[in-house]
Design a protein around this ligand. Structure first.
Ligand SMILES: *Cc1c(COP(=O)(O)O)cnc(C)c1O
Length: 334
């Protein structure tokens, strides 16, 4: 039985074409700056997203941490969403390793932070306070796409107050495909951007941080300090390059599958949040564990959570979505 894994878009296996690209990648020692495939990925990514420099790193968590530490010094502060990955899901790394204080704010229903609240949270220049240096946004935020005019307004606000603006763009390309724009149209509002290759893009490992030459220079130094200097990493970079060239447009299929799944689950009686990209949130309340086991026995892997997140990706086909709807429907009608 083929398992349908809807827990995350991180579970994808490299496609046949990607494996070939990895096998034939030109390699060198990247700590010496000599890996042609890593260098190509970095320059390609910087070019596509409108930055001077980029840095290949093992994970999105490291990429965000490098950005926070490169923008902020000890005793500085970043404004961030309560449910943002950079605040909630990165082990408190900014505080633990960077001595950077987070100023978390509630995330609004559309995934944004209220810019009036952001402005009010910026501390005056006074030695009682930490120095507010950075606003960190996330796009997509739990599958939601931040509106382009919101990004422009956030950019204006941060510039007015002398703050930098960072984007955790783990799923940047899902946002771009949803809006039908170049990813660069989203990233041009930001001073730095972190992009995951290992989510919907389907690469096995890796993220890329983009920014100015100065910022990426600092990040490169910090990457080595944190143990993220990799040697013949070109095989992984080649997977990323392959993904950028071949596996971006197909994200639209994942989005269509997520819509189909949401409609099917609603028809089966589930309460499902509106879907924009590849994430479906269904309210299963006290049934989470029972549903997980019911699905597991029928070849479907899901998490157990009252607000259940189902994520579509390249290793889940349309017919597997139909199969999933049948299983969820059988559960709700038993
Ligand atoms: C996955 C993810 C990251 C990075 O996670 P890693 O597992 O460290 O690569 C960062 N931000 C968001 C929003 C993510 O979903």
């Amino acid at each position: 039985m083929t398992v349908i894994d809807l827990r995350s878009d991180t579970v994808t296996q490299p496609s046949a074409g990607m494996r070939e690209a990895m096998a034939s990648a030109a390699l060198g020692d990247d700590v010496y700056g000599e890996d042609p495939s890593v260098n190509k990925l970095e320059s390609e990514m910087a070019l596509r997203l409108g930055f001077t420099k980029a840095l290949f790193v093992p994970t999105g968590t490291m990429s965000n941490l490098l950005a926070l530490m490169a923008h902020c010094a000890r005793g500085d502060e970043y404004i961030v969403g309560q449910k943002a990955h950079t605040y909630m899901y990165e082990g408190g790394g900014a505080a633990v390793l960077g001595s950077i204080q987070p100023q978390p704010l509630d995330v609004q229903a559309d995934g944004s932070l209220d810019l009036q609240q952001v402005a009010a949270a910026i501390k005056p220049d006074d030695f009682h306070f930490a120095r507010t240096r950075l606003l960190a946004l996330e796009n997509t935020m739990q599958g939601k796409v931040l509106p382009p005019e919101y990004l422009a307004a956030a950019s204006r606000l941060t510039r007015e107050h002398g703050l930098a603006l960072h984007l955790d763009g783990a799923r940047l390309y899902n946002a771009a495909v949803n809006l039908g724009v170049d990813a660069g149209d989203i990233t041009r509002h930001f001073d730095s951007v972190s992009v995951c290759l290992s989510k919907g893009l389907g690469a096995p490992v890796g993220s890329v941080l983009c920014g100015t030459a100065d910022l990426i220079g600092k990040a490169r130094r910090l990457r080595k300090m944190l143990g993220g200097g990799m040697r013949q990493a070109g095989q992984l970079a080649a997977a990323g390059l392959y993904a950028l060239d071949n596996q971006v447009e197909r994200l639209a299929d994942d989005h269509a599958n997520a819509q189909l799944l949401a409609e099917g689950l609603r028809a089966a009686g589930y309460e499902v949040e509106p879907v924009q990209t590849n994430m479906v949130y269904a309210q299963v309340n006290g049934e989470a564990e029972a549903l997980k086991h019911f699905a597991q026995e029928r070849g479907i892997k899901i998490s157990a959570a009252p607000r259940l997140r189902l994520v579509t990706h390249m290793d889940v086909s349309r017919s597997q979505i139909e199969q999933t709807i049948e299983v969820f429907s059988a559960f709700s009608h038993q």
